[in-house]
Design a protein around this ligand. Structure first.
Ligand code: GTP
Ligand code: MG
Length: 348
């Protein structure tokens, strides 16, 4: 029946819902679909009791047009707010970090390389960001990527804070930028709107404290909480293969607490956490809500945006990982235009 429908399949291959309907119809059957979403079925979301919810650090993403100063802004904040004395000069790319401000308050920054990562994560159902800082160079215009960033933040329902950067430049004209923003219905506070904005210079550090104050103010309004007292779960920020250390994954804990020795399932990968490191490579024993950590011990590199969860039952984690892997492989075969005999042979 499948062949007559033009669907080339082998006997043990899964079919898409549409095909299933057609095939069943051929034989006079009707199909009733039940919810088979693997993701849903493993994340039985138990509501946390209100008394278990503790406040957590806000998770902030920095977005904006090319060269408007996203990296400079993040670098400045990291330089001035990490506790000094660690081995300096670490220049490797870091996907996420948590800073402690002078008064002990904490903010987690996600250094997503452009909006693609933000969108990719959202597309995979991972809503990780609480607040978006939109960086706009005050000596430039509201550019296409600025508009895109704003559109993404709005679509995700994430409050924005506009950082009018490069104020040290002679050509800086923040009013022109505010006007352009108002033309697209983004009204900053100075103009009677409700979007916070701050003039800054990421290069020389002007008003960076004030910007962070605004982030904290916004965070307070959001009343961000999480339950740290359960098995850890969250989202994969990035993952790669390190020559010396094997697969390393940077993950963001969203609730619960992640510990060394925990058995983790992340996307199609799994494994026992052998080591955990903070963004500067210092070892950690545990990581609670809103804390990004690099973990060692997974059997592969999960995809950015994959959810992860700790399992008490190692077998269960492996079974789910294998099922997902199988589904993914079948999916990738099906989406290929020309299936070769050789490929069919390999999958049986
Ligand atoms: P992409 O990652 O390529 O999109 O750029 P970016 O937004 O991360 O910009 P980046 O921080 O790399 O800054 C781009 C250039 O602008 C660099 O040469 C910075 O030194 C410069 N720059 C960033 N912030 C400021 C600022 O406040 N003042 C001045 N004068 N220059 C700045
Ligand atoms: Mg950059």
């Amino acid at each position: 029946a499948c062949f007559s429908l033009g669907v080339m399949v082998t006997m043990n291959q899964r079919l898409e819902a549409d095909t299933l309907l057609l095939v069943a119809d051929e034989f006079g059957f009707k199909i009733e679909f039940s919810d088979a979403d693997l993701e849903e079925s493993i994340t039985e979301v138990e509501a946390d009791a209100p008394e278990d919810l503790l406040s957590r650090a806000p998770i902030v993403t920095v977005m904006g047009h090319v060269d408007h100063g996203k990296t400079s802004l993040l670098d400045y904040i990291r330089k001035t707010n990490v506790i000094a004395g660690e081995s300096g000069g670490i220049t490797q790319h870091i996907g996420a970090y948590n800073v402690e401000l002078e008064d002990g308050q904490r903010i987690t920054f996600l250094d997503t390389p452009g909006h693609e990562a933000f969108t990719a994560m959202r597309a995979r159902g991972a809503q990780v960001t609480d607040i978006a800082i939109i960086v706009i160079a005050a000596d430039d215009d509201v550019m296409p990527q600025t508009k895109e960033a704003i559109a993404h933040a709005q679509a995700a329902g994430v409050p924005m804070i506009i950082a009018l950067n490069k104020m040290d430049r002679p050509g800086a004209n923040p009013d022109k930028v505010r006007e352009q923003l108002s033309a697209m219905n983004v009204l900053v506070e100075e103009w009677g709107g409700n979007v916070q904005s701050q003039e800054v210079s990421a290069k020389i550090g002007t008003n960076m404290d004030a910007l962070l104050e605004k982030v904290l103010l916004q965070a307070e309004l959001l009343e961000l909480t999480a339950n740290p007292d359960k098995l850890g779960q969250g989202v994969v920020i990035e993952a790669s293969l390190d020559k010396g250390r094997g697969y390393i994954s940077t993950v963001l804990v969203q609730s619960g607490t992640l510990k060394i020795g925990d058995y983790v399932l992340a996307g199609t990968n799994h494994g026992k956490i052998k080591a955990m490191l903070d963004e500067r490579g210092n070892p950690l024993e545990t990581a609670g809500p809103a804390i990004p950590v690099t973990i060692l011990g997974l059997d592969g590199a999960p995809t950015a945006g994959d959810k992860f969860r700790v399992f008490t039952d190692e077998k269960e984690a492996k079974t789910i990982a294998n099922k997902r892997d199988q589904l993914q492989r079948e999916q990738s075969i099906r989406t290929k235009k020309h299936l070769t005999l050789d490929e069919i042979g390999r999958r049986i």
